[in-house]
Design a protein around this ligand. Sequence first.
Ligand SMILES: *[C@@H]1O[C@H](CO)[C@@H](O)[C@H](O)[C@H]1NC(C)=O
Ligand SMILES: *[C@@H]1O[C@H](CO)[C@@H](O)[C@H](O)[C@H]1NC(C)=O
Length: 642
Amino acid sequence: METARALLLCWATSCAWPAVAAATSRLKSPALPILSEREPLPSKGVSGCSFGGRFYSLQDTWHPDLGEPFGIMHCVKCICEPQRSKRKVYGKVSCKNIKQDCPEPNCDDPVLQPGHCCKSCPNGESDRQPMETLFDGYEYFQEKEGDLQKSYNDRSYLSSEDMTPGERTDFVALLTGLQDSWMPTSSGVARARFTLTRTSLSFSITSQRMGQPSKVVLINSDGSTVFEYRVPRTDTDVICGVWKNMLKSHIQQVQAEQIRVSLVTASGRREEIQGKIIKHRALFAETFSATLTSDKEHAGMGGIAMLTLSDTENNLHFILILQGLIKPTHTGEWVHTLLQSESRLHHLLREMRANITSYDPDFAEVFTDLNSRELFWLSRGQLQIAVETEGNDPNQISGFITGRKSCDTLQSVMSSSEALTPGKTGAVGSAILHLHDNGTLHYQVQVAGVASKVIGVTIEQKPQRRSKRSVLYDLTDAFSPSLGGGHAQGILGRVEARHIHMLLQNELFINTVTATHPDGELRGQIHSLLYGGLDARRHEMPFLLAGQFVSPPVWTSAAGHAWVSVDEQCHLHYEIVVNGLSKSDDLTINAHLHGLAEIVDMDDSSTNHKRLLTGFYGSQVGYYTDSCNRKICFAKSYSGES
Ligand SMILES: *[C@@H]1O[C@H](CO)[C@@H](O)[C@H](O)[C@H]1NC(C)=O
Ligand SMILES: *[C@@H]1O[C@H](CO)[C@@H](O)[C@H](O)[C@H]1NC(C)=O
């Protein structure tokens, strides 16, 4: 049907492709922020340093962790310096503030990314000096794998932080029925994750042991409602919403942790659960999570666990936030944290004892060296974490550990600029992934604009050696080729826990091999795109944006995809993700306007109606609203039929 292609987004051909140095992409996020409370003690006779209850080897560097509320001091760097006395070498800790060494950013609105000390330009614009030169001899900003050649396409290593335009802060809340009254009103427990960007707060909430929530309410310290969200009747188990155009005072209240979140049910018996929205240093690293509930009715008990694997070892780090488990009158109580498997009738795998207090009821710990069975159960959502108190009448709460759940979309734009051998083919690839609680990964891939046949589609990790692909999952069998591309849709049933971790840390890639490009013509990093309020993302595949779609075709290295929808008020909503725009061979130009998106009404044969959506720069355009005319709505309604 002709009208099926009525709505088309394409690249503008008029603007020169800009050039930007990818200096910031080499800033690797610091070491895991969740630290073990009990480090292995150094064996006798080993030289090193002791600092903050931990042991460091000679030449180790680290950012001191002062615990809450300060967290990790990213601008302070400590080193265990070897000192020589007559007989032996010993270590001495010296720390210095590295802030004055920050390079001057090259843009007007530099931002401070979480986990970094220096402000950087929000859209990957180059800083005046590459960071590496400033930290000569230190390990902090260096790559994990040292043998990787620098000539390799560096942009593939953008961490999640670098991908995010503008400032963002993550928050979490544990909601329980425990309120000021001594009689809790609900057995429900919910976990809410919030992300504050410049003027909006997006949230993902999952709840257990309560009826279907109908309202999310945010309350300030005076007890007044500052925001209310009516939960639509949906088939998903996650509540997704965005508070947009926030007042400055409300942003400040969120930042100052003065806001509580409440979840209310409407039908049947009214239930309400509440919790405080707090910042937490573990949120950045979290890849697995659990909501812990009690079997007792209305006990007001609950907890959430934020978990992550270490980068190199199979250590499971976790932080527990608990509510109601310990009576407020108790100064401290011993609790046991248990790890058990579902498949073996609550077979106990690990146990750990800790003294927690009612006023500071969260703690961090590590289960070290998970074996292959434990990792298998973890990947399948069959590992349970439980916390129980000691004594005659013990309280227990427990929950299953699954991959971190949120409303964000796991997606990738594949472009020829990110291919292991970068090219300019004007083709595009797009992938949308969905991770289920049982570890099953559902994928949809589209490829368009390629000149030769697609012969391979794979999920890969970063090359271990230069330009040597490291394939984890092969999706080629599911791919149906068609002229200029094709598509794949399928399910991966056996995703390893390590790969779930890497997926949620934005460390995986998707690669498309064509007959003429044996190493891959299109490649893109899979990263999670913050929920911006557009539900089209959940139900529809995005439109593809490629140089080959432009008339006449452009052999660009960039590519993109976009979700577009029209609401009842005839407002056009769209979200565009672009890949490869800021990459160029020419490092001298530094343009601010990197691209244009326009909407073309192809339905009307007499004239070519074009409408500029927006000019943008960087890798991603957020959520925009634009009033539209009838024609675009009309065109969209036809395209929806395809
Ligand atoms: C737990 O620790 C607190 C303070 O650290 C202490 O006062 C309390 O007695 C301890 N509780 C138990 C049961 O050991
Ligand atoms: C995992 O869950 C998904 C969604 O609920 C389901 O479609 C799939 O069959 C499940 N897979 C396994 C192996 O149980």
